[in-house]
Design a protein around this ligand. Structure first.
Ligand code: GCU
Length: 690
């Protein structure tokens, strides 16, 4: 029994009558070269896409047609002879993996749109690109497109618990991956692969980074039955290959999250010490076995020595020693190890800890290892400063980990676009090397680097729990491909494909999403750099969703005198981990950007900001502004009634109703809490009052 589900941005709604003849002229006849499974996917997508967009399927040829005025030709340069004489074959072969060219040429008196690439997946990406041009009403009469992905690796990390099908931090129903039924494959895998490939994503980790019991499990350990390590067992590798065979058609490789204690748990060894020869051999044999079964396996993702997961610290080894045994196991195979830098223990300032664990071992990692760093030092908060590690490990392959799912941004309910946040992260100047070096430069530089995003989809009909949150999956892929795109371009593109060509709708949806992130920061944090005031416990309130600032006071540092956490060079030292001039910038409350002020400084409640407003008053103002913006976003959405299909309009309206309530709840809880701590009332007399 398959559930029905939405097509997201691959709806392929019919284009305007006026545009249709032009597109039909170019796209009615198509020649797609034979070959790899990806070309089957290309043909299927062309049929499906053009049938929807233009009202009829293209005529597919097995050779370049001679008797038509105009046609589309798709294939590798060599396979398309003699058409390929019209393009620069060397240029095509020299494109980075995944890159493609689309050019309008003339061939033997016929008009021809040529799509060519150096790799099979490049042809898939190019096909989706062309279909996107049509779906967004762009001209295709004189194309000269040359695209290459800016980041070599573009991977979605699912925190899905295999077999149980629960999704850690998932808010859109259970996992789409059904390990019980694999190797039977579901139609939904194909559709998910299509969505990913359409935005250039090339890797999927289908299982949670929490892969099993910690080295020293407690009796009622919540992670005990996640058992992701079992996926390394042979019978499950066969299932993995079934999954891989679907994604492979779309140029996407499958990875696995693995448990560092697998040599013990699965291999029956006494130890998982990375320097033990038996352990090294075990990993090597395991990786060889995987490649026998899954020939294009992508690699491992590892959460080690973090939140109870086992790791090299259990044997007094460093993260580099721990990761390298896995890196070595991949020698001779085209795969790599993504080793997460998300490590901290529950003492001192959590923000400083990843840097302390990793920066001094820069350069010690095996070539096959990428260190995967969360964008900020805490944990996917609505806004964080950028992790100091991006400027501190020039000799190591780095990956940036973003979160698509809204763990701390209102989960599947609140409309919160992460795209503007990611843009800010990627554009941040680390000043590595003493000169301008943005995070996007750091990532794009070296082989083995890239961006990973914690997944957002589940069995829900909308995939993401809220139709508008599909834009985060879309935007993630687009930004990984091209971090120079603006949030606006990406969001507009998404809105147009998802909600059709009505300009008013596209405009409104785009604006709602672009405004949503700031609102989310304001009502969740007060906009001055505070964070993690979400509920963390197990009962009654929703974990990381409801407000509970009293729970973890160390994250906001509120006392009777003031608020914020001293993370300056003379405080916890976090600011000192940046390269100059950032340390200086953050160390001084006068120069520290206001939006991060209380992340770096503990200040009196009535400390005056540059415009003369006090800290406490600004918190009140921002909290109110955030909640008011949500009301406004909701109104704007309501105005679209009748212009958006009823089903989706009703669904999103219900989400906005709840969102608006929750934003007020956040506002009131935080205002009350700050008032009780400070004793300073809101000078505008809004809630709370005495
Ligand atoms: C957060 C999140 C956990 C997750 C962890 C991680 O702490 O709440 O559910 O396991 O991040 O990134 O590993």
């Amino acid at each position: 029994f398959e559930t029905t589900y939405d097509d997201c941005w691959l709806r392929y709604d019919r284009v305007d009558d006026a545009l249709r003849p032009g597109y039909r002229r170019r796209l009615t006849h198509a020649y797609v070269s034979e070959g790899a499974p990806e070309l089957g996917a290309v043909r299927a997508e062309l049929r499906r896409g053009l049938e929807g967009l233009l009202g009829r399927e293209p005529h597919l040829w097995q050779h370049p047609p001679r008797s038509v005025d105009s046609f589309l030709a798709i294939g590798h340069p060599e396979e398309m002879r003699p058409i390929s004489e019209t393009i620069d074959v060397d240029e095509a072969w020299n494109l980075a993996d995944g890159g493609f060219l689309i050019r309008t040429v003339e061939w033997e008196g016929q008009e021809c749109t040529v799509l060519t690439a150096s790799s099979d997946r490049g042809l898939v990406y190019g096909t989706f690109h062309l279909l996107r041009l049509v779906a967004t009403g762009e001209p295709i009469d004189d194309l000269d497109v040359r695209e290459e992905p800016a980041n070599e690796n573009r991977i979605v990390n699912h925190w899905d618990n295999p077999f149980r099908r629960s999704v850690e931090r998932g808010y859109a129903g259970q996992s789409i991956f059904d390990w019980e039924r694999l190797p039977d494959v579901r139609e939904r895998y194909f559709d998910y692969a299509r969505l990913l490939a359409s935005v250039g994503i090339d890797g999927v980790v289908p299982n949670n980074v929490n892969t099993g019991i910690p080295s020293r499990p407690t009796e009622n350990d919540a992670v005990a039955d996640r058992a992701g390590w079992q996926l390394l067992a042979r019978e499950n590798l066969e299932k993995l290959e079934a999954l891989a065979s679907v994604f492979r058609r779309y140029g996407i490789r499958i990875y696995l999250s693995v448990n560092y204690a697998a040599p013990i748990r699965l291999g029956g060894l006494e130890t998982a010490d990375p320097l033990d020869p038996g352990v090294r051999q075990w990993w090597k044999d395991k990786v060889d076995e995987i490649y026998e079964i899954v020939p294009d396996f992508g690699g491992f993702l590892v959460k080690a020595d973090s939140e109870g997961q086992p790791g090299p610290y259990d044997y007094d080894r460093s993260h580099a020693e721990g990761a390298n045994v896995l890196g070595e196991a991949f020698e001779g195979h085209d795969g790599r190890v993504w080793w997460r830098a998300f490590v901290y223990s529950e003492h001192d300032d959590r923000a400083v800890q990843a840097y302390e664990a990793f920066s001094h071992i820069d350069g010690e990692f095996h070539d096959n290892v990428t260190v995967q760093i969360k964008n900020g030092p805490i944990d996917f908060q609505p806004r964080e400063p950028i992790s100091t590690l991006f400027g501190a490990m020039p000799e190591t392959s780095l990956g940036c980990e973003l979160q698509l799912t809204g763990e701390y941004t209102g989960q599947g309910v609140h409309t919160a676009s992460h795209v503007p946040m990611w843009k800010e992260i990627l554009e941040f100047d680390t000043h590595g090397d003493g000169e301008e070096r943005t995070v996007k430069d750091v990532l794009a530089d070296v082989e083995g680097q890239g961006i990973a995003g914690v997944g957002v989809v589940g069995e829900d009909e909308s995939w993401t729990g809220n139709h508008l949150l599909q834009s985060n999956l879309y935007g993630f892929g687009r930004l990984c491909w091209d971090p120079d795109l603006s949030s606006e371009e990406i969001t507009r593109e998404w809105a147009r494909q998802t909600f059709g060509g009505d300009e008013q709708v596209v405009e409104t949806v785009t604006d709602i999403l672009l405004d949503s992130w700031h609102a989310c920061i304001d009502y969740h944090t007060g906009g001055l750099g505070l964070m993690h005031m979400m509920y963390n416990g197990e009962e009654a309130l929703e974990n990381h969703y409801d407000p509970a600032p009293w729970e973890w006071p160390e994250y906001h540092g509120a006392t009777a005198e003031g608020i914020g956490v001293d993370r300056t060079s003379s405080g916890s030292g976090y600011a000192a981990q940046y390269r100059d001039p950032l340390t200086e910038l953050y160390d001084d409350p006068e120069s520290c950007p206001e939006e991060l002020l209380l992340f770096f400084h503990h200040l009196p409640w009535e400390y005056e900001l540059t415009d003369g407003t006090t800290v406490i008053q600004r918190l009140y103002d921002n909290l109110h502004a955030g909640a008011a913006t949500v009301d406004d976003l909701r109104e704007r959405w309501l105005d679209l009634e009748g212009s958006v299909d009823e089903r989706r309009h009703r669904h999103v309206t219900a989400r906005f109703d709840e969102h608006a309530l929750q934003a007020k709840r956040w506002r009131d809880t935080l205002c009350t809490y700050f008032y009780e701590k400070s004793g300073v009332p809101d000078e505008r007399g809004r809630v709370p009052t005495e």
